[in-house]
Structures are given as C-alpha cells and as structure tokens.
Design a protein around this ligand. Structure first.
Ligand SMILES: [Zn+2]
Length: 168
C-alpha cells in the first residue's frame, strides 16, 4: 500500500504562502527562564492516569482522538539530549508499553509519536492513535486531522487514557 491517499483535512486548492520574518530570539517557552512557569511542574497539567518512578502519562484536553496520551518525565529537563542516560534508555521501554497499550484499545491503525517541544520546556512526547483505516490521516496529516475534527468531551478522552493506563 502506498501513502498516496494521505490528504489534508481541507478542501483544495490551498494557496502556498511565504513564511513570516524570523523571530529571533524566540519567545521563551513555559518552564524556561523568562517564560511562564512550567505547567507540568506546577501541577497545572491533567492528572496522570499512570506513572512509575520516571514517567507520568496524561490524557489530553480539548482533543478529537480518544486514546491520545502524552508521556512526561518526572524530572524537569528539556529534550532527549538532556535526559540522564538511564532515563533516555528507559524511554524506549516505556514508549513501547504505551504503544502496545494504545493498540490494545482496538480500531487503531498505527500509533504516532510526536515530540514538538515548542510550547513547554519540560520533556513530553505525544502518542496519537491513527484510527484504523483512516489512511488519509497517514504520516504528518494526523495532527492536522486531529485539530480539524470536532473535539470529543474531555471525560471521554480521560476514560480512553484510563483504558490505556490499565493496559500498561
Ligand atoms: Zn517542568
């Protein structure tokens, strides 16, 4: 199967535009010197549905894909390169567990991982389930579809995340 079915969640034709002027230095992110406080360290994130000594797993707010979760390190470090070596190694193991747990929900074609890091300076990785058969949302299209689809109630997102947690 090819990925040629992948498509934007918008009617075409879209019109390409030029990027704006570069903003340097970039605005500080949450949890970075000069920026707002870290939402994760200050307890403003959603409650964890699962945790161990290294990681916490959280449901999203205002999302459209039940089964989506994000994994954060307990320690406030920015990115992969900042994780202490044992945590960097443990990330692979825990990511595999999260992936298997999301797949166990059923009706999931593939689990996508996204580490953006543009909003907050506390290490966290998104796991998004691509609905089974939704081939137009393959690859980089899934986050766009996630944004464009109607949100499901937060209660439903939390319930799905709790099912993921139970399968960890
Ligand atoms: Zn933090």
């Amino acid at each position: 199967m090819t990925m040629t079915t992948m498509s934007l969640p918008y009617e075409e034709p879209l019109v390409a535009r030029e990027p704006g002027p570069r903003l340097v230095p970039e605005p500080p992110r949450r949890g970075e010197p000069g920026g707002p406080p870290c939402g994760i360290c200050s307890g403003r994130a959603t409650n964890a549905v699962w945790s161990d000594e290294n990681w916490t797993l959280h449901p999203p707010v205002g999302g459209s894909l039940p089964g989506a979760v994000w994994l954060a390190s307990r320690v406030h470090v920015d990115s992969f390169g900042d994780l202490p070596e044992p945590l960097a190694a443990d990330f692979g193991r825990v990511a595999a567990r999260v992936e298997r747990a999301i797949l166990a929900l059923g009706d999931v074609g593939r689990v996508h991982l996204y580490r953006w890091g543009d909003g907050g300076a506390h290490f966290h990785v998104w796991f998004l389930p691509r609905p089974l058969g939704m081939v137009e949302a393959a690859g980089m299209m899934l986050p766009l579809w996630e944004d464009a689809l109607p949100n499901v109630p937060d209660k439903e997102l939390t319930a799905a995340a709790e099912r993921v947690a139970a399968a960890m």
